[in-house]
Ligand binder design. Sequence first.
Ligand SMILES: [Zn+2]
Length: 176
Amino acid sequence: MSRIQATATEVSRPPEKAMPTRSPTGMEFKTFDTAQQPKGSGTVVVGRSTVWTMSTDDLCPCGSGKAYDDCCGPLLATEELASTAEQLMRSRYTAYFYGNREHLWRTWHPRTRPAEVTVDPSTTWTALRILDVRDGGPDDDTGVVEFVASYDGGELRERSRFAKRGGRWFYLDEES
Ligand SMILES: [Zn+2]
């Protein structure tokens, strides 16, 4: 989820119908008057009066056990670059988790990426397990990461190939 902060420009109105209390990704879901909008990182203004808050303590969806802001968060926010293939792989899982197509597109190798990345909004990703990592370290130019990504109703197992280009890691394709 982007940590971009936007400022609501219109006076908020009461919602027309009852709002859910949880977002689809399980983040806390609150409604504020524009005047009461909380400031600080982790605040995402979604609608005119709807704010999703993520505490910096929230665990990263990639299952690293680290806080989102110490893990995939800075990568999805384009504040940092992945230093290893595994880091990039984890951030791409997290991007699928949040439906962040921009991150998926910009981390896909220009040689193999589609014109547009599509994300199926009906897929709920539930867990990531890294099974094997070959190369892909800070001093490598290529790497392979094997993983199982689980979703409601199934799992996806893949050995993904990664390549560095201009000092950045990119997802290349599935190892055949
Ligand atoms: Zn992560």
